[in-house]
Structures are given as C-alpha cells and as structure tokens.
Write a protein that binds this ligand. Sequence first.
Ligand code: FAD
Ligand code: SF4
Length: 489
Amino acid sequence: MDKKPSKLAPRTPMPERPAKERVKDFFEVTTGYTLDMAVQEAGRCLQCKRPLCEKGCPVEVPIKAFIGHLRRGDVTEAYKAIRETNSLPAVCGRVCPQEVQCEGACVLAKKGKPVCIGRLERFTADEFAARSACEQLTGDKACRMIREDLKVACLGAGPASLTVAGYLSTLGIKVHVYEALHEPGGVLVYGIPEFRLPKAIVHREVQAMTENGVEFHLNWVGGRTVTIQDLFDDGFQAVFIGVGAGLPRFLKVPGEDLTGVFSANEYLSRANLGRAYAFPAYDTPPFPGKRVVVVGGGNVAMDSARTAMRMGAETVSLVYRRSEAEMPCRREELEHALDEGLHLEILTNPVTFTGGEDGRLTGATLERMVLGEPDDKGRCSPKCTGEFLDIPCDLAVIAVGTGPNPLLLEATPGLKRNRRGYIEVVEATGETSIPGVFAGGDIVTGAATVILAMGAGRRAAKEIARRLLGQDAPQDVPALHGGSLSVEG
Ligand code: FAD
Ligand code: SF4
C-alpha cells in the first residue's frame, strides 16, 4: 500500500455537496475522504527527517507518524498515534485553521501544496470510529482502573476542559466536569453549526471519555451552583477553569434592542443547541428572517450567515467595516458562503437599526468606510466617510466579538485577571494566582481557536498529572513548575 511520495502531485480534493443542495439543509458540507483518497494523500508526505508540520501543532500531534501509518492503510495505528496527544481528532480535523498551523508549516507549503493533514486527521478519526468498538478507542487504557483518590474538577465542558479530562482520565485520574449548559462540548455544540461539525461527532468523543471514567455534571453553573472553594472542600486536588469567553459584544448603536436583532451567540445557540432548525420536533422556536444582515467578518459571522441561509433567508448580506482581504474568517468558509449565495457589503458599518411601531426591525443604516494607513501590525483601520446607505432587513445578527463572562470570576476571590478581564496564568503550566487552580482556552486568551484551547488544556493537564502522580507521571510530562498539590487519602 505504501505509495511513493511526489512533491509535485496535487493535493487530493475532498468531495463536497453542491451549494444548491446543501444550502437547504444542515447536513455536512464536505463528505470526507475514502480510504483510497486518504492513502493517496498520505502518499504525498515526504516523511521528513525534521517534520516541520509538527512544530505548527499546538497539541503536538505526531503528524509524520500518523501519516506514515496511513500510507500503509493502517487506520488503527494512525488513530492511536493521533490520540497520543489529541483527545478530539474528529473535531480538529474539521474546524482547525490548518492553513496557519500544521499545513502552514509543512515543507510542501512552500510550493503551495502542503499535505492535507486536517483532512487525513478527519478521515482517520471517522474511519476508526466507524470500525471499532469502545475499547479500541483508547486501547488498553479504556478499562483502566480510575484512582478515586485523585480527583480533578473542570469547570466548563468546551475543548479546553475536554482535553484536560481526556488526558488525565487516560492516566487513571478521576475527572468531574461541571458544565452550565445541558450538553457538553462548549462552542463545538452551541456555536459551530451542524453543517460544519455534526453534533454526533462531539457526542462520540464525549461518550468515549465517559466510558473512560470522566463524569459530566450538566446544568451546573460555576460561581452559582458550585464554587471553587466548594470543590476543594469536597476533596478535589486541582481545578481547571475552561469556561470560554461567551459574553457577546454589541455595537452600541441606536435600535440594537429592536426585536429581530440578535447577538450571534444567541442566534447560533438557538439554532444549534436548541435545534431551532428542526422546530417543531424540538421546542425552540426559530426566528427565520427573509432579509438578513450579519455584522462581522470572522468565523462566527460566517456561521451565522450560512445558518440564516439554511433557515430560509432570501438574502443574507455580510456587513464588514474593512475589506474582504482583511476578513479574519477562514478562506474556505468564505468561499463556501459565497458559493451558497452570500452577499458582501464590505467597507460599511451599521450606525442605526430602525424598526416599526411594533418594535420589530425593518432596516439598517450603514456608513461607508475607507481603509486608512496600515498600523504597526500591517492592519488598516477603517475610516468614516460621512456617506450612508439604507438596507431593509428583518433579522440582524451581531458577530463582533465576545468577552469573558464575569460570573465565576467574580465569585472566586484571589483570582487575578488582566485589564481585559481574562484570567492571568503562568503560560507554561496554566496555573492561576490561586495554587492548584488552572485555567486555559478562551477565558485566558480571549476568543481564539479550538486547537489553542486544547493546547492550553494539555499544558495544564501535564502539570496537574506531574504533581498528582509524581514519578508515575508519563515521561513526557516536564517539570515545569515547582509547586505540589496536596493528595490526601
Ligand atoms: P468554550 O468552547 O467556549 O467552552 C466553554 C464552556 O464553559 C461552555 O460550554 C460554557 O457553557 C461553559 N461555561 C461558561 N461559564 C460557565 C460556568 N460559570 N460554569 C460552568 N460552565 C460554564 N475555532 C476553530 O478553531 N475553528 C473554527 O472553525 C471555529 N469556529 C467558531 C465558530 C463559532 C460560532 C464560535 C463562537 C467560535 C468558533 N471557534 C472556532 C472558536 C472556538 O470554538 C473557541 O476558541 C473554543 O471553543 C474555545 O474553547 P474553550 O474550551 O476555551 O471554551
Ligand atoms: Fe509530511 Fe509535510 Fe510533515 Fe514533511 S512537513 S512530514 S511532508 S506533512
């Protein structure tokens, strides 16, 4: 099966459903590789002596090794190699911005044709899950005895906490995860839509952790239902805070309180977590707009726009105050959205939303912008022109960023935060100003990416394992920090 690598071979494309068909439903846009495609793509890898791709991965996936197994068609070994460091491969294979991480660092990127590492990771995870039963998922570790005397709590069940839970549970440490919502997964279930990341995939990864001894406590709000002090009083030896940055930001312009103006968080949560798209089979009423305006230029804006299309919108306009080249979303998402009929209203910024006597949104006034000189980071600031245009709309979704939710943070005395309100940590270990309390993911960095949240979770988990297990900790757990946690009974 091993194929001779060729630097010149083109990247193996991944099949996707036609735009006209997929825009009418919430099924996945891309359909994934077959085994033949995966082996062909893996055959392009040069198996470099110094695999630069691995330097680009925040959770240190052994990329060369897993692709090496795939070249021989050995999905099981490929999967095991990935799972050495990544608890959520089916998710990462779908949503990571590989173009700026592993694929961006791949030696073949210089020729514009990096190995499709993300697609291979997705294939491996899906194929393995389809083939195998639970005990194969974590090999001999699935039935590992969990040591009930070693207890760690995670607050929030997004990718950062799931990584901590996945890593520590395979070492036999008991992990309890406390999540405010009624489903684990964080943004993976409430934010990223089904057509990009099917919920079944997140459920599958969570299920594997449950079978490995992780306990999930849903509808538990850290800071309200449970405090960090309560957890220490209950005998937990370490606490990891992975509560994300889910507090929506608004534009603060007149009319933003009209019926029909939503934060992207609320809009996407209703559609995804509440499954409003399947109403009335699910209880959440949809808010289907016919003429929709989405404000923002990132992945969240793109997901909101594409969700609105699938909820029956006739037009969806993306209002963004800079130019298309500066939109921070992934290029692939933008291309998919344009294929599906997205209209770009670039270099414009909303100044007012207007409504009828019934308080419902009827339109938006946008100011035209121009780009100023680039700043020291090379990014041009938008400047007002004093020219305006009106566009009618009955639904507006504001996707201009989020901030930290202060609920847990304010209920935790002694937890140091930076001036933007995010938790301060020692970078190498994730430890906060409170000994034994760690944090990572968006609540530390601000809104970022799944893989960066996972990388932070992994660093914290390594440090917790080192302190709890001492010399029994795995070899690769470095002695990063001097402290030690008390382990009783
Ligand atoms: P989250 O995923 O936010 O999880 C935090 C969890 O904590 C949530 O479940 C929340 O309910 C829970 N919580 C909050 N407060 C409490 C509390 N007090 N007590 C208990 N639980 C609490 N990244 C990518 O890499 N690729 C993408 O394509 C991508 N697309 C995105 C699309 C959208 C719509 C959004 C919103 C984000 C996207 N991101 C993407 C960013 C990525 O999802 C986040 O960076 C990542 O999920 C952060 O992980 P986290 O674990 O820190 O937090
Ligand atoms: Fe293969 Fe690219 Fe990694 Fe080299 S850098 S091992 S070619 S994926």
